[in-house]
Design a protein around this ligand. Sequence first.
Ligand code: PLP
Length: 487
Amino acid sequence: MQESLDPKDWEEFEKTAMEMVRDIVRFHQTMREKPVWQRPTAQALSDIRIPESGHSDLPSIYQEFKQSILPYAKGNHHPAYWAWVEGTGSPTAMMAEMLGAAMNSNCNNGDHIAMYVDQEVARWLRDSLRLPEEGVITFTSGGSLSNLTALTVARNSLDVADFRKEGVSSLRSKLIVYASIETHSCVRKSVEMLGLGSENIRYVKVNDSYQLDTIALTEQIRQDRSAGHTPFCVVANAGTVKTGAIDPLDDISEICERENLWFHVDAAFGIFARLIPEYQDSLKALNQADSIAFDLHKWMYVPYELGCVYVKKPTLLTKSFSIEADYLSVHDRGLAAGPDPLSNSGIEMSRGFRSLKVWFSIKENGVDGFRQMIGKNIRQAHYLGQRISETPNLELLAPVSMNIVCFRYNPSNGTFSNDELNELNKELLMRLHERGKVAPTYTTLNGVYAIRAAIVNHRTQIEDLDLLVKETIEIGNDILNETKQEG
Ligand SMILES: *Cc1c(COP(=O)(O)O)cnc(C)c1O
């Protein structure tokens, strides 16, 4: 009978533990030499099966990990990864995660150091991003939870019903949310979960730069009011997921002010462009936002997961979430003293020591370090956009406004229909992945299939982007030749 889950032989354990640390440091150091992605092999998929009974020793489990799990990572740690919007993480933040796991603090409540590190990191973020001091930041598992948290606060701030008590059952008119058609799908999910119904989101059209059309927004609000509905919130984008477009935040903020609507901004990654002088104007109106959702696991390069929600009026946050529970009341002294439980400011209760990886990263790099990396990624996106514009057979599909580039292979002799080009580019993307040298992903823009690179990668160098152009052309030409032979 085992006494606990601790190692029977601590010296043996330490040997394996040291090997793990050495290997994982090496993994980071040498990743450029390895494929950005490879499909898990049938062998790996069979190796990971957990047997019915029996147990193994740590060294052999670790060997299995090295053989069948580690090589088949998603790839977002790699310099040539620009898929979806997925951050790289950093070696320091990785080690911080391990140290945080060692402490294993539940950061909901209590008088212990992690609670204060959390508060300090939240304050640092608010001040470095120059958000108004009256507001607070709390941590979530990511942008989706942050948007849900913010929209819950927005809904509950309305005086048309006591939502916490009555839900939406006593509503006499429909509550309407406005967002551009480019808005992330998690916003719709939030509205559905809030019981407001997805048909009560008005998807407003965008201009040629994929920014919300404020004239259409104003007109839609007018129509809804005259139909007896209750407009209550605009969700603006500071960096859309598809093209990185920044909605006209100044104008939207004014409309919200005039119409008395909640001004929420989904700034999942875009908020960090605030560190760059060129974006001060277009992101200035974030100061007016009632709430902002953003992620640290994207453009702050910390490992998954970590999101933030900023709420300008902290009392509204606690009004939405605080709940009396005798087993959670804060005492005057002892372990049960300390800050108000974080479950009073959000959906989740138990939570890891999420802020430690940020604390390490900030101490290591300062705000200047992040400014440099983010500025670099923006310049790289503009460079890639420029290269695509200049390269025959490549077509830039959206203006590069931040760190996202959408393009396609489009042979200039122009014999392909749009459907054929969509097919061709989808095939091209799959082959890019299978070659394992570069990993962009995709989106569709007005029915056009686009290859899309979202650069939130501190490791990317210009040569990686040159390789993306080279590979795209090569594979595109291959497919073109194959279709010629078939045709
Ligand atoms: C990534 C993203 C989200 C969702 O955030 P998660 O952290 O993945 O939950 C929402 N909006 C935008 C613009 C995003 O890029």
